[in-house]
Design a protein around this ligand. Structure first.
Ligand SMILES: C[S@@+](CC[C@H](N)C(=O)[O-])C[C@H]1O[C@@H](n2cnc3c(N)ncnc32)[C@H](O)[C@@H]1O
Length: 350
């Protein structure tokens, strides 16, 4: 036996340690334990009783997390460590990548063998994605809205997930109403002025098409954050072109957020967020019914849909400095004199 075997074994098992830990941390949140102990130490029995959990198993789970230094056990009391407390804002990334996609990564060989797309937990994808968007895509859409000639009166959020993205935009304004469209949209309104339809986006836009010859309502804005990548693989490029065209027949503007597809770009893959987030994110798109594309691809598609890019921005570099998350504010290319018809990517800001 090689003297270095055990050291190499420890090294070889670090991904397995990470695998178990990612699941453990996701369940620390989803079980409700994290919230229960966020305010200070609690007896393990009280935590388990309040959440209707088995005490002995909960103790074992907390012992595991204590060994990874996320919680501290003192006698029969549990508390978050500093490392555990620092995790709070990053919960949505666990909800998306573990809650939404853990089952997806279990299906890699089946997908490679051509047995169709891998499944995912669609509800948790919406919950995690909207939670993450609060840090990046939501401020990006707010910035795009600041490029509008006038504030909109109504929003239609296509692929609205759990609705929190739309709800934030509506509740922070005193004049906006909002409609969210998603197969996993909430069943009930989340706030006054916010309602939801459980539907596919292309069906919704086609069913609510403007009357022939009608002008788009300039006070109505559509949003499609991380949706066009879904429609592209589900229904094809022509359907995405139809969706963009249809939305811009009904509303004055459409804000799109997409992720630039650059998995072979060393500048991306040597970036810390490239390795921690985008590499697995790109992989899960290989496995599921979604297709990421490049900035140039989307700009060509928008032109084919008769849309003009009024403004193009990227997410706040304090959250994501890769420049991969891109927001486009689109309007219909009327070809009118002085209108920037046909211009592509000549946005106001970056
Ligand atoms: C990555 S999430 C984005 C959620 C949210 N827009 C955000 O910014 O975080 C993609 C969402 O698109 C939804 N979706 C997938 N296919 C769809 C379709 N054909 N029509 C409408 N929504 C769809 C999914 O259910 C999911 O909630």
């Amino acid at each position: 036996m090689d003297d270095g075997f055990e050291l190499q074994l420890i090294d070889a098992l670090q991904p397995v340690r990470g695998f178990a830990l990612a699941q453990g941390l996701y369940h620390l949140f989803s079980s409700g334990i994290y919230e229960r102990i966020a305010d200070g130490p609690r007896p393990v029995r009280d935590v388990a009783d309040a959440l209707e959990l088995d005490v002995a198993r909960t103790s074992g789970f907390l012992r595991y997390l204590a060994n990874e230094n996320y919680v501290a056990l003192s006698g029969d009391t549990v508390s978050l460590t500093g490392k555990g407390r620092q995790l709070a804002p990053y919960r949505p990334w666990y909800e998306l990548l573990v809650g939404g996609y853990a089952q997806t990564f279990q299906q890699i060989t089946d997908v490679l063998q051509g047995k169709g797309y891998a499944s995912r937990d669609g509800r948790m994808v919406g919950v995690g994605s909207c939670g993450m968007s609060a840090f990046d895509a939501l401020p990006l859409v707010r910035d795009l809205m600041s490029d509008l000639p006038a504030a909109p009166a109504s929003l239609v959020d296509l692929g609205c997930g759990d609705g929190t993205f739309l709800t934030s935009l509506v509740t922070e304004s005193d004049r906006l109403t909002g409609l969210g469209v998603d197969p996993f949209a909430p069943e009930e309104p989340t706030a006054p002025g916010v309602r939801f339809v459980r539907s596919g986006a292309t069906d919704y836009v086609a069913e609510h098409g403007a009357a022939p010859g009608a002008e788009p309502d300039p006070s109505r804005m559509f949003v499609a954050a991380f949706l066009l990548q879904e429609i592209l693989e589900q229904e094809g490029r022509a359907a995405v072109v139809g969706l963009v065209r249809g939305a811009l027949r009904q509303g004055g503007h459409l804000a799109v957020v997409e992720v630039d597809h650059r998995p072979a770009d060393p500048a991306v893959m040597r970036h810390g967020l490239g390795q921690a987030y985008y590499n697995p994110y790109y992989l899960l798109h290989v496995l599921t019914e979604q297709r990421l594309e490049t900035d140039a691809f989307w700009q060509d598609l928008f032109a084919d849909a008769g849309a003009t890019v009024v403004s193009r921005r990227v997410a706040d570099p304090r959250v994501d400095s890769t420049g991969l998350e891109i927001g486009y504010l689109l309007t219909r290319n009327t070809g009118a004199p002085g209108h920037p018809g046909g211009t592509r990517g000549e946005g106001a800001g970056e």
